[in-house]
Design a protein around this ligand. Structure first.
Ligand SMILES: [Zn+2]
Length: 169
């Protein structure tokens, strides 16, 4: 999970939501990935997808039944689907995702008996570190947005946002 966090930091440096993933096979790291949908213009470029693609290339097989996926954030529906298609043996994640988590937070696809592959899932590993990097990213982004708004408000001479007609303040 430490390596997955390193990948999350790579995403953060690139201005992407910091999520990182690692695929381990027989105790060896065979692939890593970081979240990059913005820079890659690719809605499927989640960390897990990147790591699964690299792992499948490394093994020359789209099925990864001997592999474990470590990811800093609970996988979404798309990534859970890819994990199932790849027959990944075990998924270990750090932070739960109450908005898009597909391992129990919003839905639990791995507990759905009508889907035929059931990876073992373990959440909450290095949870504080995995949550922390996301909190840092979003608080910095909010602060930057606030700074942009206040400098934009300063450009409209003589008018402050609170004196706008119709404002409830
Ligand atoms: Zn995903």
């Amino acid at each position: 999970m430490g390596l997955a966090l390193q990948q999350a930091r790579v995403a953060m440096v690139q201005g992407e939501v910091p999520v990182g993933a690692v695929v381990v096979c027989d105790g060896q790291v065979i692939a890593v990935g970081h979240n990059c949908p913005v820079g890659g213009h690719d809605p499927s470029a989640h960390a897990e997808m990147q790591a699964l693609r690299a792992a499948a290339q490394a093994l020359g097989n789209y099925r990864l039944p001997e592999c474990e996926l470590y990811v800093t954030l609970e996988p979404c529906v798309m990534c859970a689907g890819a994990i199932m298609h790849a027959r990944v043996k075990r998924v270990v994640y750090g932070a739960a995702d109450p908005k898009t988590g597909a391992c129990g937070s919003v839905v639990d696809l791995f507990a759905e008996p009508r889907l035929n592959h059931h990876a073992e899932v373990l959440g909450g590993v290095m949870r504080d570190e995995c949550v922390g990097i996301l909190q840092t990213f979003f608080s910095e982004r909010r602060a930057a947005a606030k700074a942009r708004r206040s400098s934009a408000a300063g450009d409209t001479a003589g008018e402050t946002p609170t004196s706008t007609p119709g404002s409830l303040n």
